[in-house]
Ligand binder design. Sequence first.
Ligand SMILES: Cc1ncc(COP(=O)(O)O)c(C=O)c1O
Length: 345
Amino acid sequence: MGYFRDNIEKLAGYVPGFQPGDDDVVKINTNENPYPPSPKVMEAISNFDGELLRRYPEPLGDSFREAASEILGIGPGNIICTNGGDDLLTICFRAFCEKDSRVVAYPVETYSLYNVLAGIQGCKVVEVSFDVDNWIDEIVKVDAALTIICNPNAPTSTRVETEVLGNLAERLSGVLLIDEAYVDFADDNCVRLIKEHDNVIILRSMSKGYSLAGLRFGYGIAGVELIAGMMKVKDSYNVGAIAIAAATAAIKDQEYLKKNVEKVKAERSRLKAGLEKLGLEVERSQANFLLAKKTDASAIYDKLADRGIYVRFWNTNSLADKLRITIGTKEQNDKLVEALKEILS
Ligand SMILES: Cc1ncc(COP(=O)(O)O)c(C=O)c1O
């Protein structure tokens, strides 16, 4: 007998995007924000009272919940703070899924961590293809304990309308988790659904729009009963005191968020046009990345990496002819387009 549970022995594990140590490279492979966080964040960290580190942090991150609830127009009791959005995913798998009886379902292609977390929990996964017209009916047929819709979806960058997900929530007897990690770059969001549907949970991340991937802060939004249940599952002190202070300062600075997001969106339009001019097919993106289609994507990926430009490539059926490209700074995007011009000529 091995030391690990069978499903852990068999698990491949999540493969994070490559993190090159070299500052000279163009790193547009993990959907980080190319611009710095709000100056208010650095101010909050500089002014942080070191004496507070002696004590445990606020167990529920109440300062953040208060600040976020005012901005979102919901109650603090509708929010759970998490150590990045990924922590909320872990909490949901632990809370709702179980071997045999409690399955997870989601449309694919999507965020590959879902499959890994299901493997750790040892629960069955039912995947439905986004490419079939009636994928919503197929998801409803599964009627899983946990249904996840990544919206905007990674890596496709597309978004399902809020009303469509409201109807889906109505038809499910289990929980509908809407992963809105990229929502700051989208035309709409699903927060209003929690007022009408007691089975909806929204995932939010501070890593993308707020430029705080290194901080590790995310949160969940749901009705008070789901929040109370998830609180039982989370680690007692799952968010650190410095992270609470920094994330609170970030969410209070909505003006900076808007400016930051607008800069990314402007570059998104410019880069999309540049890629299309080179013959790549690009989805209309609602996120801070583009999914660009071109035969020989794998070879292009290698040639870009040789030039110190890192994008993301997955060698799976429907993604083998595509590259996922994070929106970088103007300079980074120009370097990418120039390199592609050379490679494709
Ligand atoms: C679809 C999706 N959901 C959730 C996350 C989690 O983000 P984080 O844990 O950095 O908040 C990511 C990260 O890239 C993501 O792509």
